[in-house]
Design a protein around this ligand. Structure first.
Ligand code: ADP
Ligand code: ZN
Ligand code: ZN
Length: 662
């Protein structure tokens, strides 16, 4: 009898496949159950191999227990995207599979991949087309609808230019050609409008796929998409590799958004992975943004991506003016300057809305003893605790631990405490006392936790007249609030003076995005940026509102300075309960790289957040001119690490193309 041998990826954090045998011929990508130690676990067939050399005696290779499904998990383009990303990000293959396999298919249970034969008809709801396209929209739709094969396109459209309408029309063409469409959004909660616009435009189920759904719901949607009964999926980064039968188009909305990057566990960029998928599936991909990432702009410059512009707002209005407000000599009340309050008052008096942006939730970010200077900090992390008034707790924003509020100082027993700085709660309180009759609507992680809360808030904003919206970046993303004519940015300074390499990219995107929320219907709209650095050279460039000009300057600077996206960066991260173990491990790593001239290595250094959830954190920067070099170095390191006793004392990981250096 013929015996087949297979390399199998098991769902464990291991950087290798294991060889098993079977009498059956099994297709790549099929789930099987295999013995592993004393356990029985799920594995995925990666490849069929020749009889292995090490097979000396019969029985040395274990047998596959059972084939679990009639169908493989994924088609070839997705399967190859998974192999590519495991290789590119140097992450254990089994864990990469798990990221894209619904939870219920990761364990041995009675769940199976079974073909669904429900067919839902898709048609376009013509009544939903309430206006004619603008000339620019028409051009964009025309260009994008005829894309064939792998053709990545940046759809650059200022906020309010009607990008969503373009997505809808292009999607329509593909749907009519019997293709399916995947739409990726940064966060599902923040884009109820995009989702509902797809639902209104198409008759037929629009699948929603994201990690906050129940496992059963996710499996159902996944299966429906796989077997063609759902043709449009709107989802977050975990849906980058959702199997869609006969996929024809991928759309990435707000492609610059940091949320496409997963920063825990398998650290990957859903945007980059989707581009890879589009390439392997040989289909077009649209990357939409009003503030495109430097990486995408670089690819456009190199003619690897096409660029389609929608330069004007549909309403014909000019983007709002950005006004820099020097707060060095203004007393702040809970973070808000008097001049700002006055500007808000006149907006409210006109019956319009104000959006106040502050990048911090809670009441006050620093809780300090007034006598001895003791500061409340987290026992497990290197972070100060944030006072939350609504819960009357001090909360760590890194590990979410909640501490009760001290009645006396643990250091000097004084009960004289001061709170410094302001978060959304404090700003809300200050504004309530200044604008007694105006509804104040707070939008942050805490106010939107409950299911449906965000939808309710959005509804309230739309149904109110004069109102003040206070919130974190949740407010800055993608929304369409037509009554907002004044946006206020309370603290841009952290972003302007941040040491992170892509700080300027981030802060310029944020300022332009927040300003995009203002004045969709009003030529007099403006944005106030409170700052202690009114002469900052970058702030003054951003202030012109010309994002593309600023971005192209950043791009030239990065090229001259050999920074990403012109070179590649990897953070070798390490964490453990003792600093010694981290340093020993990383020093040894740096030592074996010391004779390499093709890379630049810096470290070990403590991470910006040097302790998190009880573990110390250190890192080494590995900077290489080319991905190929970096890849070789990381492969070499991985093999070494697996041999070292030091590796057992730490948790190490590679963070490739990191966006958050903390
Ligand atoms: P973007 O995503 O580029 O910020 P949206 O697609 O949200 O812009 O469009 C902004 C608003 O303009 C929406 O309310 C949309 O319904 C409306 N809109 C889009 N295209 C047109 C058009 N051609 N004529 C009139 N209104 C339009
Ligand atoms: Zn004290
Ligand atoms: Zn903590």
């Amino acid at each position: 009898m013929k015996i087949f041998y297979y390399d199998i990826a098991v769902s464990l954090p291991l950087r290798q496949c294991f060889t098993y045998s079977s009498e059956l011929k099994i297709t790549k990508g099929t789930r099987v159950s295999v013995p592993f130690g004393k356990r029985k676990i799920v594995g995925v067939v990666i490849r069929n191999i020749q009889k292995p050399d090490f097979l000396k005696k019969a029985g040395a290779i274990k047998k596959i227990i059972a084939v679990l499904d009639e169908y493989p998990l994924f088609d070839k383009p997705i399967f190859d995207s998974i192999l590519w990303s495991s290789d590119y990000y140097h992450h254990p293959i089994g864990e990469v599979f798990n990221t894209f396999v619904p939870t219920e298919l990761r364990k041995i249970n009675n769940k199976k991949i079974e073909a669904l034969r429900e067919f839902s008809e898709y048609s376009v709801n013509e009544d939903d087309k309430k206006f004619d396209l603008t000339k620019d929209q028409e051009k964009a739709v025309k260009a994008l609808s005829k894309s064939k094969g792998f053709s990545p396109t940046l759809l650059y459209g200022v906020t309010g230019s009607g990008k969503t309408e373009v997505y809808l029309r292009v999607a329509e063409t593909f749907i009519k050609n019997n293709k399916s469409v995947l739409v990726l959004v940064p966060e599902i909660n923040l884009t109820p409008q995009l989702l509902s616009r797809f639902e209104n435009r198409f008759n037929g189920e629009i699948g929603i796929y994201h990690s906050k759904q129940t496992a059963a719901k996710r499996l159902k949607t996944w299966l429906k998409a796989k077997f063609g009964s759902i043709k449009i999926i709107v989802g977050t980064r975990s849906s980058a590799l959702v199997p869609l039968d006969n996929i024809g188009l991928i759309i990435i909305d707000e492609e610059h958004d940091q949320s496409f990057r997963q920063s825990e566990g398998f650290k990957f960029s859903a945007r980059d992975l989707s581009i890879k998928r589009a390439q392997l599936a040989n289909i077009p991909i649209i990357l939409g943004s009003a503030t495109p990432s430097l990486q995408t702009l670089k690819l456009v410059k190199e003619n690897k991506f096409t660029r389609v512009d929608i330069p004007n707002r549909v309403d014909g209005n000019k983007p709002p003016k950005l006004i820099v407000l020097d707060i060095n000599n203004s007393p702040l009340i809970g973070g808000v300057a008097r001049e700002t309050i006055e500007a808000m008052q006149s907006t409210i008096d006109r019956g319009e809305q104000v959006l106040v942006f502050i990048n911090r939730r809670g009441f006050a970010p620093l809780y300090q003893c007034g006598s001895c200077g003791w500061v409340a900090d987290c026992k497990s992390c290197d972070t100060n605790l944030v006072f939350h008034q609504a819960r009357n707790r001090l909360i760590c924003h890194r590990c979410e631990s909640a501490y009760s509020v001290n009645s006396s100082c643990p250091a000097c027993k004084s009960n004289d405490f001061n709170m410094h700085g302001a978060g959304t709660e404090r700003v809300e309180e200050v504004l309530k006392s200044n604008f007694v009759k105006t509804p104040i609507i707070r939008v942050d992680h805490d106010s939107t936790k409950k299911v449906g809360a965000m939808e309710a808030i959005v509804k309230k904003i739309h149904s109110s007249d004069a109102a003040i919206l206070v919130g974190t970046q949740m407010l800055a993303k993608g929304h369409d609030f037509p009554k907002v004519t004044l946006s206020v940015i309370l603290n841009a300074d952290n972003g302007l003076i941040s040491p992170e390499i892509n700080a300027l990219e981030k802060i310029s995107q944020l300022l332009i995005q927040v300003s995009g929320r203002a004045g969709r219907n009003n030529n007099l709209a403006k944005v106030i940026i409170q700052t202690r650095y009114p002469d900052d050279i970058n702030l003054n460039k951003i202030k012109t509102g010309d994002y593309m000009k600023f971005a192209s300057q950043c791009l030239s600077t990065n090229e001259q300075m050999n920074l990403p996206p012109f070179t590649t960066l990897c953070l070798l991260r390490c964490s453990s309960p003792t600093q010694r173990s981290n340093v020993d491990f990383l020093e040894k790593a740096v030592l074996i790289l010391s004779n390499r001239t093709d890379i630049n290595v810096i470290g070990p250094l403590p991470s910006l957040v040097s302790k998190s959830k009880g573990n110390y954190r250190h890192q080494v920067y590995i900077h290489a001119p080319k991905k190929t070099f970096l890849n070789k170095v990381l492969k070499f390191l991985t093999t070494e690490f697996e041999k070292w006793p030091e590796s057992n004392k730490v948790k190490w990981s590679f963070d490739i193309d990191p966006i958050d250096l903390s």
